[in-house]
Design a binder for this molecule. Sequence first.
Ligand SMILES: O=c1[nH]cnc2c1ncn2[C@@H]1O[C@H](COP(=O)(O)OP(=O)(O)O)[C@@H](O)[C@H]1O
Ligand SMILES: [Ca+2]
Length: 406
Amino acid sequence: HSNREMWFQDFFPPNVCPINAKANTFYGIMFDAGSTGTRIHIYTFVQKSPENLPELEGEIFESVKPGLSAYADQPEKGAETVKRLLDMAIDAVPPHLWKKTPVVLKATAGLRLLSEEKAQALLLEVKEVFEESPFLVPEDSVSIMDGSYEGILAWITVNFLTGQLSGQNQHTVGTLDLGGASTQITFLPRFEETLKETPGDFLTSFEMFNSTYKLYTHSYLGFGLKAARLATLGALNMEAVDGQMFRSSCLPKQLEAEWHFGGVKYRYGGNKEGETGFKPCYLEVLKVVKGKLHQPDEIRGSSFYAFSYYYDRAVDTNLIDYEQGGVLEVRDFERKAKEVCDNMERYNSASPFLCMDLTYITALLKEGFGFRDNTLLQLTKKVNNIETSWTLGATFHLLQSLGITY
Ligand SMILES: O=c1[nH]cnc2c1ncn2[C@@H]1O[C@H](COP(=O)(O)OP(=O)(O)O)[C@@H](O)[C@H]1O
Ligand SMILES: [Ca+2]
């Protein structure tokens, strides 16, 4: 465009400027097939000038429950949930850009835990939905994501959104993601010592925005919040659970109920006769985490961004505001865990698992990763109105690999 054509840009905010909306806007569609739900993220980018990186302008986000793994035996029904979400993109993306807009789905721990055969059947049905859509379907558009990428891409998202990946003084922040079935920890080591003391498969080099980052990252499969509930109950990885009752001191004494996860039905309840409360619960949960995770010394003194179930449980117990998020210390989770677990009969919460969840989060942070009581956690759901999810990092990576950006 010549300068004459652009004169009116000064009068419009960028997103409604007519010339931007036409020539240099593009889209990327990323599906997150998580263990507890499937989500679509439709990102809008604007290329303001050919020599600069495109700017992220906005996001449309929608989610459905349960996740794909709940349709392990009905793959077509699972794919239908994806189709319903994809219909949103038909409305959101202008028709002349459909063919240029890539659509990708990445599945995480829910599908990792299924048998190869059932997982592949689900992915195949989703692939068919994509091929029938008017969008650009790249090779490998439907896959199970490697756990190390899950952490790296979330780290890219958070550090991009907080402005740490551009300009000179880069003070990147570490990230903690607690999903239903797995959990990730990711940070950029600052000390030589950390690199020396870390097992090789916890370190991954990654190139993004013309920089290479050597990150510490690991995904612990089976250590997500819901998998941890099963592990605490002694029901994780059980071949047959039919009719068996799983009891825990982390649950209300009189409770007896049923719970569906990953397509399996579990019966669970409280310790009718025995102990309940924080102390016995902590000991139970400790068995699940103690000695199972790598503890890098370097993280003890630093602060981390935390989201997903860390965020949700902090909201549930009024530790933070749902819209605002906030900064907590590790000990705040422990304080809440004690409060909830030692008053279970009086505590009228939405979930009977609240005590177990808070106790698990406390044990995971302290005994699992080795954080201190006063380690700071920045709880965030959105930065500048964009969800803190690995999906944005994955979309940058996708656009880069398609040559849409560099
Ligand atoms: O886009 C998002 N923004 C914020 N939170 C999200 C988003 N996607 C997933 N979550 C959170 O992730 C948690 C569920 O984990 P998920 O279902 O992804 O399990 P997984 O990561 O183990 O497969 C919930 O706390 C949910 O709120
Ligand atoms: Ca997730």
